[in-house]
Design a binder for this molecule. Structure first.
Ligand SMILES: [Zn+2]
Ligand SMILES: [Zn+2]
Ligand SMILES: [Zn+2]
Length: 142
């Protein structure tokens, strides 16, 4: 895991085993809730508290190593895919989240019809719909 150690050091973060574990778990992809991250850290290390995982994720976000997303009505998720302006599609049925590449590539992706004098740097875009699994379940129910 020397790659992880280098990455932490390059962002000015002290290298600890819990931090390396969280980094590795995030790097495996997806959009993970704190509970899921904590469960997976505990599979590797004993006695890591949920609060400790929150603290690590906070430090990672400030250091630009992870991104926090919080779709309306669902718990915060964390992902390692940072630095690009990608968006998310969220399933209304089960809450599954997938990445959607930005159509324009840079923020803000949309020009507001009126910015009211604001200097706009981001448009938060979330697509909502039904994932393939939920579509199949819905078809089966009818
Ligand atoms: Zn679904
Ligand atoms: Zn994402
Ligand atoms: Zn976009």
């Amino acid at each position: 895991m020397s790659g992880g150690e280098d990455l932490l050091r390059s962002r000015g973060l002290r290298v600890t085993r819990p931090r390396l574990a969280v980094l590795d778990i995030l790097a495996s992809g997806g959009h993970l809730e704190v509970d899921e991250i904590t469960r997976r850290v505990r599979e590797r290390l004993d006695s890591v508290s949920t609060q400790a995982v929150y603290d690590i994720l906070g430090a990672f976000s400030r250091a630009g190593l992870s991104r926090r997303i919080e779709p309306a009505g669902s718990p915060a998720r964390y992902e390692a895919r940072v630095g690009d302006n990608h968006h998310h599609v969220v399933c209304r049925g089960c809450g599954e989240i997938a990445d959607v590449d930005c159509a324009t590539g840079s923020a803000p992706c949309l020009d507001p019809s009126s910015s009211h004098g604001f200097e706009v740097d981001e448009a938060e875009v979330t697509f909502w719909g039904l994932c393939p699994g939920c579509q199949a379940r819905r078809r089966a129910d009818h």
